[in-house]
Write a protein that binds this ligand. Sequence first.
Ligand SMILES: *Cc1c(COP(=O)(O)O)cnc(C)c1O
Length: 358
Amino acid sequence: MHISIHKTTNSSLSTVDFSDLPFGKIKSDHMFIVDYSDKKWHSPRIVPYDNIPLSPATSALHYGQAIFEGMKAQLSPSGVPLIFRADQNFARMNKSAERMCMPTLPKSLFMDGLTQLIALDKNWIPKGDGQSLYIRPFMFATDDSVGVRVSETYSFIIFTSPVSPYYAHPLKIKVADKYVRAFNGGVGAAKAAGNYGASMLPTKEAYSQGYHQVMWMDGHEFRYIEETGTTNIFFVVGDKVITPALDGNILDGVTRKSCIQLLEDAGVTVEQKRVDINELIEAHNQGQLLDAFCTGTAASVMHIELFNYIGEDIVLPQVAERQWSNYLHKKLDAIKCGLEPDNHGWILALNETATSSS
Ligand SMILES: *Cc1c(COP(=O)(O)O)cnc(C)c1O
């Protein structure tokens, strides 16, 4: 499908202070939009970033058919835009769409919209250490009706935002004992907007008690670990790395699967299984809980300083002593900005040939 391009005549690029990029606040010049009605996607276009008119009855605002993705682009040392594992975000987006009873997007439309948008706003990719262009694709129901039913119309949009690295300080985590993020048969595995809405109050309460994030547990017993905040979670116990297995409640993170691959490449055994918190506390008591970290696109790999389980702080070793979280953080960053070989075909490089078809 041909994507029409309407370029801005009023770029805000020169007004941006790239040394001060509060996460997600600043938007690049353009956005990609495609609409769905009469059972098909139509009118794909790249237009200047702007507000979009919405009816007060817009069905996503009432009934929550709204999903999103998050990924990043960085510049190679020679200035070529590199996008990390976009095919994975595309596939997950369509899985989320299916669960939320929304239409799936053809791969070519997602990839063409993405690559043409990034090529056009290439100069928005920041060059500073750890900085990147955050990419936000999302889809929402646009029926102009408060009748409760599956929407017949949708919009899919991609916009981008230059960002600095996310919080770098180690996290203090509160293990959930009251709230549940996801339940068997629910939408935990979908990147659905409502999952985030539901997590705001528990996170705010944890914050007011001195913690940065909530460790989400299974909803039956509050015993098996699922995720932390909006990231996946890993533990190093002795010489093994363990992470909760994807059980239908857990979001299948791209950073998670990349870390598992990099660990296996390094000869480390990664066990994906049900992770019982009692097992971790036992390991901690024996001095075997060496590391705990969270993974996600926005934040990459984040160290966990401690987690609080029914009133008791489980404090992890000094960050400088942590082998695998430090290794993964460096390795992932280096691959994403083209400083280390891309052995798994994770990087989409937007050199001239890749974008000349537009
Ligand atoms: C997006 C997200 C993640 C991390 O996924 P990445 O693909 O690594 O960014 C983890 N958990 C939840 C709940 C998420 O929404």
